[in-house]
Every structure is written in structure tokens, then in C-alpha cells.
Design a protein around this ligand. Structure first.
Ligand code: ZN
Ligand code: ZN
Length: 308
């Protein structure tokens, strides 16, 4: 807390007070519940055969909530990189809300603060927060801060400053109001599908794999964009910040891992700028555009002129 409190705080970043404790409490629940469930799953599956239905649900809900975060929360709500019908916007918002990563309004406020102050002290979650000392633990401390630690620090992002448009958007307001019901749905849906298809034992395995383990896995994959995605990888599109293109991250995040491209042109609906860069989220947007379900797709690409 003292490290962050020592900086002059820009408008819209609140230090301490009830907001910080509320943030810590909510994040402890959203992170703690999948973690406890995953630890129990490790114990449970040592003595029980894995149901195929539960495994399929792990993959299926991972894709749905991952695409909800990437296309819904990130490219649509945060960067407005395309426009779509209210029903599709609502569905993408619900899919993102299944990821146990906080309500759309808070997620977008934190994300926009990251873009406004990328890798500078007021950044929400930079792995370059603390001075890099000779000792190796200072890099580990920075990575921890960018990956998980920031969710428990003393600063909160004021949506009235960073996301006022969402506070006026009836769909975002609805998603925010019903956030905890949607969070419960994130685990009840795999349970319900498992019960209907295979009975109570399969339902239990489905809530473990399709609920707890899936949300815990997606947590670390998305958080890795903040930690690894600003530490390891190439910088072919911009050198203005420490963001990186990382193909492993891109594979698990459906294209969000081409993070250096994204920082070079945040409003672009597509993160793949070169032939070998696979951007599944971008391909889905392209398909939706062909089906006339999305329009005004932003294709802006900028290659920084300062590059060697
Ligand atoms: Zn970034
Ligand atoms: Zn972004």
C-alpha cells in the first residue's frame, strides 16, 4: 500500500477506504472459490474416473467465457471495436460475466486505466511497478503484482471517470446489477447440463471441471496477459510500452496474446497483423460481420515509426 500511496494519484484512482476493502473482499471470493474447488477436484479425481461429459463441459464453458471476455468485455465493451445488435451485446456480456472476473463495469474501468497509464505507476497491473533490483525476487514481486497482487492492493478505479459510457448503457448497467446471479449461473449451468445428460454424479463432476477448474484456469490465462504479456515476447508493432506478442498466450486466449499489436492499435477488432498470427476472436468477429450480425468493424492498424 505504501508504494502506491507514495505516488501522486491521477483523477479516478481512489486510494484506500471502503472501496478498497470491497474490492479485496469481492476478489477474494471470485478467486478463492474456484481455487478451493480446484484443489478439491485434484483430490476427488484421484479416486474417481473422469466423465467425458464433464470434460466436454470444461472445454465448452472455457471457450464461451473466454470468448465472452475477449470479444465481449475487451473488444466490444471496452474498446468499441465493432457495433452489434443489443441481443448479441447482451449475450457477449453474459458470456464474459461467467468468467468470475468481476462485473463488466469494473473490468472495463480497470482495463481502460491500464491503457491510459500502460507500464507507468498508475497502471492497474503492470509488471514494471516496482524498481528492478539485482535480486531475482524483485522481478517475481513485479510479476506477482501484475498477475494477482493488484486485485488486493489499495487502489480502486472509479468507473465514473474511466467508464461513464457504461454507466449510461442499459445493457452494462443490467449486467452490473445482476453480476452475482450471473456468477452463480457460471457454475449452475454446467451442473444443470451434467444432471440432465448424466445424472447427479456427472452433475457433480461437471460443476468441478466445467465450473471450478474452468474458471480457475481461465483466471490464470487472462491474468497472464497482464503479467507475461508485458514481460516475455516480441515487440514488432510498438515500442511505446512493454507489451509483448506471445504466441503461447495467444493460443490460450483466442488471440488476446498478440498484446503488442493490441497496444499499438487498441481499437482494432483484429489482433493478427501478420500471416502467422492466429486470432480466433478476430475470426469470429469476421464471421459475424459476414452474417451481418456485427458492423462498423474497426480495422485500424498502426506500425510505430520509431521501430528499428
Ligand atoms: Zn497490456
Ligand atoms: Zn485493451
Amino acid at each position: 500500500m505504501s508504494d502506491i500511496a507514495s505516488d501522486v494519484q491521477p483523477r479516478g484512482i481512489i486510494l484506500g477506504g471502503p472501496a478498497a476493502w470491497e474490492k479485496r473482499f469481492v476478489n477474494a471470493l471470485l478467486i478463492g472459490a474456484p481455487l478451493v474447488g480446484t484443489l478439491y477436484a485434484c483430490h476427488y479425481f484421484r479416486s474417481n474416473a473422469v466423465s467425458g461429459i464433464a470434460l466436454i463441459q470444461f472445454a465448452g464453458w472455457y471457450v464461451i467465457s473466454g470468448v465472452g471476455i475477449g470479444i465481449g468485455f475487451h473488444r466490444l465493451f471496452s474498446h468499441k471495436s465493432f457495433q452489434t445488435y443489443p441481443a448479441i451485446k447482451l449475450l457477449l456480456g453474459i458470456a464474459g460475466s461467467l468468467a468470475f472476473q468481476g462485473s463488466v463495469v469494473r473490468w472495463i474501468a480497470d482495463q481502460r486505466r491500464h491503457h491510459r497509464f500502460t507500464d507507468q505507476p498508475p497502471d492497474t497491473h503492470t509488471p514494471h511497478r516496482f524498481p528492478l533490483l539485482a535480486r531475482s525476487w524483485s522481478r517475481a514481486r513485479n510479476l506477482w503484482h501484475a498477475h494477482v497482487g493488484w486485485m488486493f492492493d489499495a487502489s480502486t478505479t472509479d468507473p465514473r471517470v474511466f467508464a461513464p459510457d457504461l454507466l449510461r448503457d442499459p445493457i452494462a448497467v443490467w449486467l452490473d446489477r445482476w453480476y452475482f446471479a450471473l456468477t452463480a449461473l457460471s457454475w449452475l449451468l454446467p451442473y444443470g447440463v451434467g444432471f440432465l445428460v448424466g445424472g447427479s454424479e456427472v452433475a457433480f463432476q461437471s460443476i468441478l471441471l466445467g465450473g471450478c477448474v474452468r474458471t480457475a484456469a481461465l483466471h490464470h490465462v487472462i491474468w497472464a496477459v497482464n503479467s507475461i504479456g508485458h514481460t516475455w515476447g516480441s515487440r514488432p508493432s510498438t515500442r511505446d510500452d512493454e507489451s509483448r506478442n506471445n504466441w503461447v498466450l495467444a493460443a490460450f486466449t483466442f488471440g488476446e496474446g498478440w498484446h503488442n499489436n493490441h497496444h499499438a492499435a487498441p481499437r482494432s477488432a483484429y489482433n493478427n497483423w501478420r500471416g502467422y498470427e492466429l486470432d480466433v476472436n478476430g475470426a469470429i468477429i469476421r464471421l459475424l460481420e459476414r452474417l451481418h450480425l456485427v458492423w462498423s468493424v474497426n480495422r485500424h492498424r498502426k506500425i510505430s515509426s520509431e521501430l528499428p
